[in-house]
Design a protein around this ligand. Sequence first.
Ligand code: SAM
Length: 304
Amino acid sequence: MLSYRHSFHAGNHADVLKHFVTIQLLNYLGQKDTAYTYIDTHAGAGLYALDGGYATKNAEFETGIGPLWDRKDLPAPLAEYVDLVKELNPSGKMRYYPGSPYCAEKILREQDRLRLFELHPSEIKILAENFRKLDAHSAAQGHRPTTRGKRVIITAGDGFEGLKALLPPPSRRGLVLIDPPYEVKDDYRRVKDTVEDGLKRFPTGVFAVWYPVLNRPDSKQLPERLKRLQANGWLNVTLSVSGPSPDGFGLHSSGMFIINPPWTLEASLREVMPYLVKVLGRDAGASFSIDAGETQTIGRARKK
Ligand code: SAM
């Protein structure tokens, strides 16, 4: 039974971390002319309204993208992300938030490929409809459809399974984003197994895994298990916007684990993460961590 709907959480601090890092990874891949493939194993709906429906229920975006919206002092790599969200909101009012498929669609070039998987029967319909509207919008502006030919393929199904047939991508260049809801405990095991299998098929691929940092064994073990996989390197970044709540509810911390990261990523993170702690941090428990390779390379910045 799938009950998770990402629209409740769109634009929260976890999305800020995930989408900022994903954009960095895509921009790096785009530095070479050779095509690359972006695969989103858990795509969600692609685009979320912030001024109505589920997103307004807890208004999580107000403590995520919200505080970044009017900042004039954004570090350059973070500005790339905020600018992308702003492009979607030409009126200047924060009304829509891009999911990972939309972020990728904005960055990928003609020659690049998007492969999107979504299992939820309602989310997949909304995702397909959102991409159909993007095409209609492009056509109205006299541009070619964004989903033209084989550029975008949206598949209703299990992304963990579907990924296997896509690796390695034709140009041997690509990013795989794995972003399950972790509603079921099995997601932790499947993430590790999927990356392990993916690395066998595509050893030079970039794999990015989002995960919640929770006080439970499977959440704590996931990054440790990913560190042990055979790859050229890894980078693990976490953002905590507060200390844990007394009742243990609510997501206050999440991480992105990147396998085969571009060499430029760590410097961008060192620039941006202290800023995110300063702007999104809610109490003295706010912090970040960055580990890379096999050693912890950086300490923690705490909100004063
Ligand atoms: N990646 C999206 C983004 O950043 O905008 C958010 C994805 S959301 C956290 C997780 C999504 O995975 C949900 O829409 C859920 O329906 C979907 N899902 C759950 N299990 C899945 C599976 N095995 N394969 C594909 N999608 C799945």
